[in-house]
Design a protein around this ligand. Structure first.
Ligand SMILES: [Zn+2]
Length: 277
């Protein structure tokens, strides 16, 4: 429990919070990329036809037509994003942040932080966001909101209408559009959000800042590894990590870090219960 009270103290003193949220937090919010049972239950025909058993598998699979891809993607977005209910941990995270300045850097692509009420200008979705689509030509022709496409596909599919005409096309070159995720080498990170994030960090070098790691795992080390060096470099910066043990951190940041070696839900629950701010 010692590290929990240290975490509470670090957070109490912080003026700025940087949330680093990874795929284990996505799972807490209902989106389990590698989960098998749920996928087979939700997408039985698709699972059988392509012999795929998780969302991650399905993303790697070559789906035969654009209309079939878009119907599948639409069903995923409808289920996981449009029907998204924030977890208790997510709602408590918002409460804990309160009026402090914050930024979220996340590998979660399900648009969860935006839907839970975080400021969309304070979120950098490092691996994209599936409510955005991009040109499939491989050339960067920008991104567009795809949620109207999703609704059109779901409605047409329900009525048994032809879906091929609904496949969205790039307004620059006419190629089909695809989800803006790093599923192939067509992915371009959101440079605007990345720039906002960098400026935010630069603008808070003198502030009492805490990085709050939640659910980052081996699928997105780039979200966490550079942070250790930043905490070493900037004296007023600190680190609270839900998933890493204290022993993982270098000696020179031991006193300004708390590694809980637990999970997002447990950490947020403890912070919320014991906080005095
Ligand atoms: Zn294009």
């Amino acid at each position: 429990m010692e590290n929990y009270s240290k975490a509470v103290n670090l957070l109490t003193d912080a003026d700025v919070i940087i949330v680093l949220a990874g795929n284990k937090m996505a799972k807490l919010e209902g989106l389990d990329l590698l989960g098998k049972g749920q996928f087979e239950q939700d997408f039985p025909k698709f699972a059988q036809k392509y012999d795929v058993h998780s969302i991650g598998d399905a993303f790697d699979q070559q789906i035969s037509s654009w209309s079939e891809k878009w119907l599948f993607w639409s069903q995923l977005i409808e289920q996981y994003t449009n029907h998204y209910q924030p977890s208790e941990a997510m709602m408590n995270l918002l409460k804990i942040i309160g009026k402090k300045k914050y930024f979220v850097a996340t590998s979660i692509f399900g648009h969860f932080f935006e839907q839970a009420g975080f400021n969309e200008n304070r979120i950098f979705s490092v691996f994209g966001d599936w409510t955005l689509m991009r040109c499939s030509s491989g050339i960067n022709h920008g991104t567009k909101d795809d949620r109207q496409v999703v609704q059109a596909f779901l409605a047409a599919s329900k009525k048994g209408q032809n879906l091929a005409d609904l496949v969205p096309q790039c307004s620059v070159c006419g190629q089909p559009m695809e989800l803006n995720l790093p599923l192939n080498d067509h992915f371009y990170p959101d440079t605007d959000a990345n720039t906002r994030f960098r400026w935010f960090l630069t603008g808070n070098e003198e502030e009492n800042l805490v990085f709050l790691e939640l659910g980052v795992d081996e699928t997105s080390p780039q979200l966490f590894e550079p942070v250790i060096r930043l905490v070493q470099q900037f004296e007023p910066w600190h680190l609270i990590a839900a998933d890493y043990p204290q022993a993982d951190f270098p000696l020179d940041i031991q006193s300004k870090s708390a590694g809980l070696d637990a999970d997002t839900a447990t950490l947020i629950e403890q912070l919320d219960k014991n906080r005095d701010f």
